[in-house]
Design a protein around this ligand. Structure first.
Ligand code: ASP
Ligand code: MG
Length: 404
């Protein structure tokens, strides 16, 4: 008997018909004798609609209340799935994040799970229930409702799998696995059979939307096998697992991209010690996710300092930077939302040389200008014009031999 955590995304539970389809899948699995914990997202579009409602009242709603609001979406789907399962004669119970014992820090709208008190879930599992848990939510130590950031149900799924020592975590979604790049941009993209945690982590943080980054961090840290599969059609999916020797042979395994970035430039910064820390310190305190950072060569004692952040945070980041700029005597803060980021990822880069150079050449040959570059051991990323992103993806996908 295995213990499996299954997570179903928003499109998989997007309406009553689909919820019933999920109930049937869950019931079949349950009948094969496994213990099952099912984590759900809200119906697709629901979380966005709730955000919109709040924004009809004010541009900057208080984040604690946003969490209260957004956490309702998942309560709807878990209750409906439990009802559907019960209607099929399956013992089932729905639990909110709090009832499932999920305790987070107090960073509203992007809280981190601190621990999971698993007694309640365990009790129901021992009693042969299918336990249906609301994804994306928890409570902090003062019992405030928190949410885990957009896409956070993935993290609920993997974290529960880890806490319960499940055999695996299955992520059911509307695509049949993880692809070498977005099939909507490059029709020759291929499904990947097996990918390492490390590569998946890079891909997720680079904008591949299949898995929330934090869910991959959890999986990697605790070596939890995760499989990404389609809810709607049978197939092997993509296994996200510890690195295997064969993975090294593939130099570049994927080409992720991200069009939801913004570049912020602090102009005319006095070039002296402590500047980077003065500029970035405040941003870090607000937990804004800074990706690339470039300090340009100073001329006449002044320098420019650029960084990229998710576009959703650019207004907040700009406000903070304007404050820091004033303090350190910098001239101005400019925001450029007309950028995108294209990357290549692969564990094979560790053992192959010239990979970055080849990427730059491919982009240069296509007349695509690179504005910023950053690298890790298994990744190279370039900031380019947003309008060039799709073309760059196709050129790199072909150039590194990823076509089917
Ligand atoms: N419903 C939440 C969102 O749309 C969480 C999730 O679906 O994972 O971000
Ligand atoms: Mg998702």
């Amino acid at each position: 008997m295995a213990l499996i955590v299954q997570k179903y995304g928003g499109t998989s539970v997007g309406n009553v018909e689909r919820l019933k389809n999920v109930a049937k899948k869950v019931a079949d699995q349950k009948k094969s004798g496994d213990q099952l914990v099912v984590v759900l997202s809200a119906m697709s579009g629901q979380t966005d609609s709730l955000v919109k409602l709040a924004h009809e009242i004010t541009k900057e709603p208080v984040e604690r209340e946003m969490d209260m609001l957004l956490s309702t979406g998942e309560r709807v789907t878990i209750a409906l799935l439990a009802i559907a399962l019960q209607d099929m004669g399956i013992k089932a119970v729905s639990l909110t994040g709090r009832q499932a014992g999920i305790v987070t820090d107090s960073m509203h709208t992007k809280a981190r799970i601190k621990n999971i008190a698993k007694e309640n879930i365990k009790k129901y599992l021992d009693d042969d229930y299918v336990v249906v848990v609301a994804g994306f939510q928890g409570i902090d130590e003062k019992s405030n409702v928190t949410t885990l950031g957009r896409g956070g149900s993935d993290t609920t799924g993997v974290a529960l799998a880890v806490a319960l020592k499940a055999d695996m975590c299955e992520i059911y979604t509307d695509v049949d696995g993880v692809y070498t790049t977005d099939p909507n941009v490059e029709s020759k993209a291929r499904r990947i059979d097996r990918i390492s945690y490390e590569e998946m982590l890079e891909m997720a943080s680079l904008g591949a939307k299949v898995l929330q980054t934090r869910s991959v961090e959890f999986a990697a840290k605790y070596r939890m096998p995760v499989v990404v599969k389609s809810t709607f059609k049978e197939g092997p999916g993509t296994w996200v697992v510890a690195e295997e020797p064969s993975m090294e042979k593939v130099v570049v395994s994927s080409v992720p991209y991200d069009k939801n970035q913004a570049k912020l430039t602090v102009v005319g910064v006095p070039d002296k010690p402590g500047i980077a820390s003065a500029i970035l310190g405040e941003i870090a305190k607000e937990e804004i996710n800074v990706d690339m950072i470039i300090q340009n060569v100073g001329i006449g004692g002044l320098t420019d300092f650029s960084l990229t952040v998710p576009r959703t945070e650019s207004a907040k980041a700009a406000k903070i930077l304007k404050g820091s700029a004033a303090k350190i005597g910098a001239k101005d803060v400019q925001v450029d939302e007309n950028i995108g980021k294209v990357s290549i990822v692969g564990v094979g880069m560790r053992s192959h040389s010239g990979v970055a150079a080849k990427m730059f050449q491919l982009l240069a040959d296509a007349g695509i200008n690179i504005e910023m570059i950053s690298t890790s051991e298994i990744r190279v990323s370039c900031v380019i014009l947003k309008d060039d992103v799709d073309r760059a993806v196709r050129i790199l996908h072909a150039g590194f031999g990823l076509e089917s």
